[in-house]
Design a protein around this ligand. Structure first.
Ligand SMILES: Cc1ncc(COP(=O)(O)O)c(C=O)c1O
Length: 465
């Protein structure tokens, strides 16, 4: 072939080898150099272009690496057939730069935020460091679809000790959040199921998808009103009995029994018990899980590490009654676990060594202090604000006797860089409340900032001290 003629400039920041590589590549792509053509030897091209052989060598190596040319030993370099290129190159600078920063507020009262100052980073790092090493190389392969057996064993032990739940690791399914697991449970129970949900309540499933299929059941200070459930034709109910989300009510003993009786009355009836933040109860006796009281294999228990460890971990689980295991295996035999195996092992080791219980004890004290501070400030300075749901968890409800609408209150708070979340966002069916009511999550606000946060919020709402 004719010698390759390229304009190489020494006056740009682009190195010579890159200019040469780009030149040859474009010539091949535009078919100026045909497939099968032999390229000049490195020496000849170096002499011709008056540049070093090393520059040619680097450019050819790059072209070889990308499959544009092949080297035939002792014969030379040939242009390869490259029909379809797998990608189109663009100048990097052309990509729009997205603003990916999280929106930050001076005070964010989101109920899902945890205390990030107390996380045992060095301990966690030690487990991670030990694990990411050759002896754990088998963890690079896919694991068990239900989740790592070792983590399921630790969860089973923990559930027995702390929640009175008797189950085998075989009954546990681990997944990357309540959000991911709840749809799996619904699929498992699908055949003509009619779902009842607490109203107000948590929903991992987008409300617009549920609107037509879910039956809202009202909640009062004793939790879900089981009499109302009995009036419907629902056969599956999703419930947060230990700490109703978001009202904070505890399902009374009478209603617990009533609910279990309801479930026992028909073969296709089930209770999905979401025990999401039961670790944080500050007054009274711990409330055992419904699952432990059930004699009829009617309860599908679920919980998450989102509050007890961190929401970003994305580890939650459900416990199936043994009667549903066969159906589970048939329905999900091709599923892969959605939590990375390494993360599962970190959590398992953390639990096995007793660090999870220690962490919970520590966090319970921290959240309790925050809650005490919060309620003290309201009682002392703003007695007209009505507080409910302050027995457990990481948020309370506040009702504001204010003539201003809920939307307006959210807006003025946002203008003062305060994020606040209305109860109305958790309604499946509208309910008229006497006063605008909000969830006030305190988990993510440092203890020493709580007082300032509340004063600022009340000030922007025009509530005087
Ligand atoms: C009732 C309830 N269940 C579960 C969760 C946690 O969901 P996930 O496990 O997807 O983080 C929350 C979080 O706020 C919740 O309120």
């Amino acid at each position: 072939m004719d010698m390759l003629m390229f304009e190489l400039s020494k006056n740009t920041t682009k190195p010579l080898y890159e200019q040469l590589y780009t030149g040859i590549k474009s010539a091949i792509m535009s078919k100026q150099i045909e497939v099968g053509t032999k390229l000049p030897s490195k020496k000849k091209l170096a002499d011709f272009l008056n540049i070093s052989q090393t520059t040619i060598e680097v450019a050819y190596a790059q072209l070889m690496a990308e499959g544009f040319i092949v080297s035939k030993p002792r014969i030379g370099f040939y242009v390869e057939d490259i029909d379809e290129l797998p990608f189109i190159e663009t100048e990097q600078a052309e990509w729009p730069v997205e603003d990916t920063d999280e929106k930050t507020f001076r005070f964010d009262f989101h109920p899902g935020k945890i205390d990030t100052d107390s996380f045992p980073f060095s301990l966690w790092r030690r487990y991670a460091k030990d694990l990411y090493d050759r002896p754990s190389k088998n963890l690079l392969q896919s694991g068990e679809p239900q989740g790592e057996y070792t983590l399921r064993t630790e969860i089973a032990k923990y559930l027995y000790q702390s929640r009175g739940i008797v189950c085998k690791p075989e009954q546990i399914v681990i997944g990357s959040g309540t959000e991911q697991l709840l749809p799996m449970i619904l699929r498992l129970l699908e055949n003509d199921s009619r779902f009842a949900l607490e109203n107000p309540g948590y929903s991992a499933i987008p409300r617009n998808q549920l609107q037509n299929i879910a039956i809202p059941i009202p909640v009062d200070e004793d939790g879900l009103i089981v009499d109302e459930l009995e009036k419907t034709n629902a056969n599956v109910v999703y419930i947060t009995p230990s700490h109703q989300f978001p009202t904070g009510a505890v399902l009374s003993a009478t209603r617990r029994t009533q609910l279990l009786h309801w479930a026992a009355k028909a073969e296709n009836r089930y209770i999905i018990e979401d025990d999401y933040d039961s670790e944080f109860r500050y007054t009274g006796k711990p409330i055992p899980a419904l699952q432990g009281m059930d004699q009829n294999n009617k309860v599908i228990y679920m919980s998450t590490f989102s509050k007890s460890l961190m929401p970003s971990l994305r580890v939650a689980y459900f416990v199936l009654p043994s009667t549903l295991l066969k159906k589970y295996k048939e329905t999900f035999s091709n599923y892969s676990a959605t939590v990375p195996r390494f993360d599962q092992h970190i959590v398992a080791s953390f639990m096995r060594d007793g660090n999870f219980s220690k962490h919970l004890n520590r966090m319970r004290k921290i959240y309790r202090k925050k809650l005490d501070k919060l309620t003290h400030i309201f009682k002392t300075y703003y007695p007209e604000v009505i507080i409910t749901g302050d027995q457990a968890g990481m948020h309370i409800l506040i009702s504001i006797p204010s003539p201003i609408s809920e939307d307006q209150l959210i807006k003025v708070a946002a203008e003062s860089s305060i994020a606040i979340y209305p109860l109305s966002a958790y309604l499946l069916k509208p309910i008229e409340y006497k006063y605008p009511t909000f969830l006030l999550g305190f988990g993510g606000i440092p203890l020493e900032k709580i007082e300032e946060g509340i004063h600022q919020l009340m000030q922007c709402w025009g509530i005087a001290q």
